[in-house]
Design a protein around this ligand. Structure first.
Ligand code: RB5
Length: 167
């Protein structure tokens, strides 16, 4: 945990928050819409730069369309980061991890969120809107944004993921 106040406390931006300075793209399907809106609002209050790629309401949509939209946004803006929300997080995870240079992490608790940054340098966080509540989502998102990548041996391993795309 960053030490910042979370769970509806609307944290101020920590000084070492590398990911807080990046543009964050966010998207969902209908099942993730409510949590997307909640996460978007609480991050906007902490000063995070956010682009919402939709949808704009809870009308039924297909999660691959929005996962692909976010993946293409990160292809255009490789320095950006992303958050995707569907019902379980599984569909969005399957979609976004098919794209080069995207390392999407489906996280339903704090430890995985932290390690997905520290060891895997995840650049997309995926949440299950039907799995976790808003308070936990806040803590997961804040932890994820505030945990730096450790590099070193983890960089070598992350590089090997990308080298698979050259096969
Ligand atoms: C939508 O009903 C649901 O299937 C979707 O949000 C997601 O959970 C898929 O993985």
């Amino acid at each position: 945990m960053s030490g910042a106040e979370t769970s509806s406390g609307f944290s101020p931006m920590p000084e070492n928050a590398l990911y807080r300075n990046k543009k964050l793209y966010i998207s969902s399907d209908h099942a993730g819409f409510d949590l997307k809106e909640y996460v978007k609002d609480f991050l906007a209050q902490s000063g995070q730069q956010i682009e919402d790629l939709g949808p704009e309401d809870t009308q039924s949509v297909d999660y691959p369309d929005y996962g692909i939209k976010l993946a293409l946004a990160l292809t255009e803006d490789p320095e950006g980061i992303g958050i995707l929300v569907c019902g379980t997080g599984i569909g969005m995870s399957m979609v976004v991890n098919r794209f080069p240079r995207i390392r999407g992490a489906l996280c339903h608790e704090i430890y995985t969120a932290k390690m997905s940054r520290a060891h895997n340098d995840a650049n997309v966080l995926i949440l299950g809107g039907r799995v976790i509540g808003k308070g936990l989502a806040e803590d997961i998102v804040s932890t994820w944004l505030d945990t730096p990548f450790e590099g070193g041996r983890h960089q070598r391993r992350v590089d090997k993921i990308e080298s698979k795309n050259a096969c």
